[in-house]
Design a protein around this ligand. Structure first.
Ligand code: GDP
Ligand code: MG
Length: 175
């Protein structure tokens, strides 16, 4: 195994977004390499750790997934307090979820955390035939708001590793 630099970064990452957009599925795809068509929405450990090595750094992610509280369209501020990165997820087949994602972005902007890394993620990219939110629409909104942007599929694994490695690389740069 190649030796890496010895910078070790512990980083809290939170997932935000409407219920059913695939937050838990993205985490399970990344952490366990698994996908379930009937992901139980309110059950689960809601907390995962994962270690990633990128150039010069080892990132220890504490990943906070919701346990269904997003149903009420609000999360206690303690959920994202202290987070180094936030992933705001919408479902490309649901315009409502995109509108909701924008609200989460506003909520994060209100926290005034200039170093917070925010990724906007359009998930379920495998469901092209049911798409309601254009790629360009997501991309434009992200660009206007200074967010990184990716379309993913927890089902096919499209861009899932990229998402977490991109975040790790950004963390390695700023810390
Ligand atoms: P959460 O409420 O945001 O945590 O969403 P879940 O991870 O529980 O996923 C909600 C539903 O969407 C489940 O039935 C998943 O199987 C499904 N799902 C999640 N991600 C994808 C995806 O990328 N593609 C497809 N086709 N279905 C997905
Ligand atoms: Mg969930």
């Amino acid at each position: 195994m190649a030796m890496r630099g010895n910078k070790i970064i512990q980083a809290k990452m939170v997932l935000l977004g409407d219920m059913g957009t695939g937050k838990t599925s993205l985490v399970l795809r990344f952490v366990k390499g698994q996908f379930h068509d009937y992901q139980e929405s309110t059950i689960g450990a809601a907390f995962f750790t994962q270690v990633l090595s990128v150039n010069e750094a080892t990132i220890k992610f504490d990943i906070w997934d919701t346990a269904g509280q997003e149903r009420y369209h609000s999360l206690a501020p303690m959920y994202y307090r202290g987070a180094a990165a936030a992933v705001v997820v919408y479902d490309i087949t649901s315009m409502d979820s995109f509108v909701r994602a924008k609200n989460w972005v506003l909520e994060l902007q209100r926290q005034e955390k200039p170093n917070l890394i925010v990724f906007l993620v359009g998930n379920k990219a495998d469901l092209e035939g049911k798409r309601q939110v254009g790629s360009q629409e997501g991309e434009d909104y992200a660009q206007e708001n200074g967010l990184a942007f990716l379309e993913t599929s927890a089902k096919t694994a499209q861009n899932v590793n990229e998402l977490f490695y991109d975040i790790a690389n950004q963390l390695a740069k700023i810390v």
